[in-house]
Design a protein around this ligand. Structure first.
Ligand code: BYC
Length: 337
């Protein structure tokens, strides 16, 4: 299904993206600006400022890495799912995440960065991926809570990306969001079932919600005032809604869902503010967030080591796929000669 990954790389390993004309060209810059101002889409063959290209490669590759690393905490639970139905759902979800990673790597490749370069960034620890995947999944309830809260936060953040100014990213996100929406619902449904079960099951759900709530709020990124990339990202139509506004929307949407589920979110400051027409919430531990982003979270080393091992173990598959693609290409060329 994800056949792009089996393409023979263009030499020297980059996709065929024409070189951008001079970055100093004011005419091209003006054309780019007017397209952005008119809410148009920038496509791979279009001229774009180097900083726009760089920002997109950064954000899209981080997003792709997050999807791929995000497979690990849940993949852990496939063999321990409590029923065949839950196992089938979890396998499908983890496979979807692999697919999301591949769409996103492909979207980033259209900007002239090779997959090898991006993966090297991840495997060497230079590239970032979402903080949320550096925490352990201790019980089966974590699978439900990841679906409900982590995927819920992901949808909130990613729906506006369907309107991102860069065409390939925006189009990839349409499908990603549809699948994320299934992920969120399956998680919530699994928790509803557990909450109707035994007292032990309910306690597991409460414990998982307590452990994941604050990490999910931090997923949206630093407060707007401390977010170095936001202003430019929004000017370029890459980001549409700020970190804090998305976080607030997530809180507002999640509080009623927690009530239906019958769990209390672990924040004594969480209350409806009539004047703001939003929920107020407490302080996020940003020191912990930055420590995790910078490699010192509870599972960073384990996640990276697992990824590097999986990549190395998969070398023979890539070699075989490339050899096959090369053979096919040679055959087609002979036939058309
Ligand atoms: N974790 O200026 P800011 C998923 C970094 S996939 C780690 O606000 P920006 C899912 C940020 O990169 C979830 N790092 O940046 C998958 C920047 O560092 P650099 C991933 C973070 O780009 C499988 C610095 O902090 N989603 O949900 O304007 C299963 C300053 O931040 C985080 C995406 O990638 C973080 N949480 O905004 C289930 C969506 N937050 O690069 C679920 C696409 C911030 O300058 N990305 N940083 O060194 C975005 O929407 C934006 O890039 C962000 C950050 C909102 C994440």
């Amino acid at each position: 299904m994800y056949t792009q990954s089996f393409n023979v790389p263009d030499s020297p390993g980059l996709k065929a993206v024409p070189l951008a004309p001079s970055t100093e060209n004011p005419e091209l810059q003006a054309h780019f600006d007017s397209k952005i101002d008119a809410d148009g889409k920038i496509e791979p063959q279009d001229w774009m400022p180097e900083a726009y290209r760089k920002t997109l490669v950064r954000q899209i590759s981080q997003h792709a890495h997050s999807e791929i690393v995000g497979m690990l905490p849940e993949g852990n639970w496939i063999s321990r799912a409590p029923s065949l139905k839950r196992k089938a759902i979890l396998i499908a979800k983890v496979q979807d995440e692999g697919g999301h990673g591949l769409y996103l790597y492909s979207a980033a490749e259209t900007l002239g960065t090779s997959r090898e370069q991006m993966l090297d960034g991840l495997h060497s620890g230079r590239a970032k991926y979402s903080s949320i995947f550096n925490y352990p999944t201790l019980t089966w309830a974590d699978m439900g809570v990841i679906g409900w809260l982590v995927d819920g936060a992901a949808i909130m953040n990613q729906i506006p990306l369907c309107r991102c100014s860069y065409g390939p990213y925006a189009r990839a996100m349409v499908r990603v969001c549809k699948e994320e929406s299934f992920h969120q619902r399956q998680g919530y449904e699994a928790l509803l079932v557990m909450m109707q079960g035994t007292e032990e099951q309910r306690a597991m759900v409460r414990d998982a919600v307590n452990r994941w709530w604050w990490k999910c709020l931090a997923m949206f990124g630093p407060p707007d005032a401390d977010s170095p990339n936001s202003a430019q990202g929004m000017r370029w139509g890459i980001k549409r809604i700020s970190n804090d506004d998305l976080r607030q929307k997530f809180v507002d949407a999640t509080v009623p869902q927690a009530k239906v589920l019958g769990v209390t979110l672990p924040d004594p400051d969480l209350k409806w503010n009539e004047e703001r027409q939003h929920y107020d919430y407490g302080q996020i531990d940003w020191d912990e967030f930055w420590a995790t982003v910078n490699g010192d979270g509870p599972c960073n080393k384990e996640r990276l080591a697992t990824r590097v091992k999986a990549h190395n173990d998969g070398q023979w598959v890539r070699d075989a796929a490339l050899a096959y693609a090369r053979k096919q290409q040679e055959r087609t060329m002979k036939e058309t000669a």
